[in-house]
Design a protein around this ligand. Structure first.
Ligand code: SOE
Length: 381
C-alpha cells in the first residue's frame, strides 16, 4: 500500500537541525510506518548557507521567513529547531495554522512562556512533541520498562548529573550563532534549561513528579563580550547548578550540572536505587545498562552490565544484529518513529508539550530556589 506523505518544514539548520534532518531521512529505512517523511522545506535567515544545507540534507525548497513556511499549504509538520526565544511565537502560529509540531528542548525559556504553547496545541488539537531525545536511548527505555514492571520495588534515591567543560575560558563570548546558549535573553537560563532539563525530563518519566526543590546556582564568569554588540556585558545564565528534589513517590533526588567540569564533554548519567534493585546508566557507554538485583542468588549477586543490543530489547529489532551498537543519532530516529506511529494511531507520543511544561515548571522552581536559597514548590501543570 502506498504510504501517506508527511511534509516536514524545518526551522533552523544548526546542530539540532542536522540531528532532526538525519532522523527524517533514515526513519523510513528502518521502521515500517504508515507515513513517508518528505523533507519539504527548511527555513533560516542566511540564504547562502540555507541553500547549501538544503542540498546536503535533501530539502526540496527553502524559506527565509518562518511565517511563510507556516502559511504554506504543502507543509504538514513544523519542526522548531531555532533558539529558545523563538519557540513560543512559532509554535502558536503553527498550531493556529493546524500544523503538527515538533519543538526542540526546552519547550521555552520559562514556564510562563511555555504555558500558552500548551494551550495553543491543545486548542488546535494538533499532534505535538518535544525533542527530549534521551528517553529513546534503548538502555534508558529498558530502564523505564524495568521500573514499570516493578523490578526495583519502592524507589528511594534518584541521582543524576550532566557535566560539560566548554565554557571555562573567560575569552569565550556570549550570544550570536553557536553561543546563544550563553545569552540569557535568548536561552532563558544556562545549564538548568539546557542540560538539567534533560535530567529532569528523564527523571519524571522514570520516577514521577517532583514536588519541591532546593538549589544552589553559580555564574563563575560574571561578564563576557557579546558577539552581536561587541560590548562586555553581564552574564545572566547559571554556569552550574546543584539541586535536591523531593519526588511525589517519597524518593529523594540529587541533581548536578555544570559547564565547568574540566575533562567532561557531555557526561549525562543517572542511578536509581530501589528496595529490590538498582539501575545506572551513562551517556558515554550508552548501549549498556547497569543493573543490580538483590533477588539474585547471593553467591553470584552483583552489578550486571547489560549490553542493550538484542532484538527483544527496546528498538533494537530495527537495527543490526545482536551485539552491534547504535549511537546518539538513533535516539532522534526513534523519536520520529514513535511520533509517526502515534499520529497513525491517533495517540500522543511523549513528551508532549504538556509533559515538557512540567519540566519547565521544575526548572523555574530550581532557578527561583537558586536565588532565594530556600526550598521552592513546583507549580502544578
Ligand atoms: C549543549 O552543549 C548541548 O548540545 C545541549 O543543548 C543538548 O540538548 C545536549 O543533548 C547536549 O549538549
Amino acid at each position: 500500500m502506498a504510504k501517506k506523505k508527511l511534509n516536514v518544514g524545518l526551522i533552523g539548520y544548526g546542530f539540532m537541525g542536522r540531528t532532526h534532518s538525519n532522523a527524517y531521512r533514515k526513519v523510513g529505512n528502518f521502521f515500517d510506518l504508515d507515513y513517508e517523511v518528505v523533507t519539504k522545506a527548511v527555513c533560516a535567515r542566511n540564504e547562502e548557507r540555507l541553500k547549501s544545507f538544503a542540498d546536503q540534507w535533501g530539502y526540496e525548497s527553502t524559506e527565509t521567513d518562518w511565517r511563510k513556511l507556516v502559511e504554506r499549504d504543502d507543509i504538514d509538520l513544523i519542526d522548531i529547531g531555532s533558539p529558545n526565544d523563538t519557540h513560543q511565537e512559532i509554535a502558536i502560529a503553527a498550531a493556529e495554522a493546524g500544523k503538527m509540531i515538533l519543538c526542540e528542548k526546552p519547550l521555552a525559556r520559562t514556564g510562563e512562556e511555555a504555558k500558552p504553547m500548551v494551550d495553543a496545541v491543545e486548542k488546535a488539537g494538533v499532534p505535538n512533541m518535544v525533542w527530549y531525545n534521551y528517553r529513546r536511548v534503548p538502555a534508558v527505555t529498558l530502564a523505564k520498562q524495568l521500573i514499570d514492571e516493578g523490578r526495583l520495588g519502592k524507589i528511594f534515591h534518584y541521582r543524576s548529573k550532566f557535566l560539560q567543560d566548554w565554557t571555562i575560558s573567560e575569552d569565550l563570548p556570549q550570544g550570536g550563532e553557536g553561543l546563544w546558549r550563553l545569552d540569557v535573553n535568548v536561552a532563558g537560563s544556562g545549564v538548568t534549561g539546557d542540560l538539567l532539563a534533560h535530567n529532569i525530563d528523564t527523571a519524571i518519566w522514570l520516577n514521577g513528579s517532583i514536588d519541591s526543590v532546593s538549589a544552589l546556582t553559580e555564574t563563575f564568569i560574571k561578564e563576557r563580550q557579546h558577539s552581536l554588540t561587541g560590548k562586555v556585558e553581564k552574564v545572566g545564565i547559571d554556569d552550574a547548578c546543584i539541586f535536591m528534589a523531593e519526588f511525589k513517590n517519597g524518593s529523594l533526588g540529587n541533581f548536578e550540572s555544570t559547564r565547568y567540569a574540566r575533562g567532561h564533554k557531555a557526561l549525562y548519567d543517572f542511578e536509581i536505587n530501589g528496595e529490590k534493585a538498582s539501575i545506572a546508566w551513562d551517556l558515554h557507554d550508552m548501549n549498556r545498562l547497569a543493573y543490580f538485583d538483590h533477588g539474585d542468588d547471593s553467591i553470584v549477586r552483583g552489578w550486571r552490565s547489560i549490553h542493550v543490543t538484542d532484538g527483544d530489547q527496546p528498538y533494537m529489532d530495527k537495527w543490526w544484529v545482536p551485539g552491534l551498537i547504535i549511537g546518539y543519532e538513533h535516539t532522534f530516529i526513534h523519536q520520529v518513529a514513535d511520533f509517526l506511529e502515534g499520529v497513525a494511531k491517533g495517540e500522543p507520543a511523549s513528551p508532549t508539550f504538556k509533559d515538557a511544561l512540567e519540566t519547565q515548571y521544575i526548572c523555574d522552581a530550581v532557578l527561583k530556589s537558586g536565588k532565594s536559597r530556600a526550598w521552592e514548590k513546583v507549580q502544578k501543570v
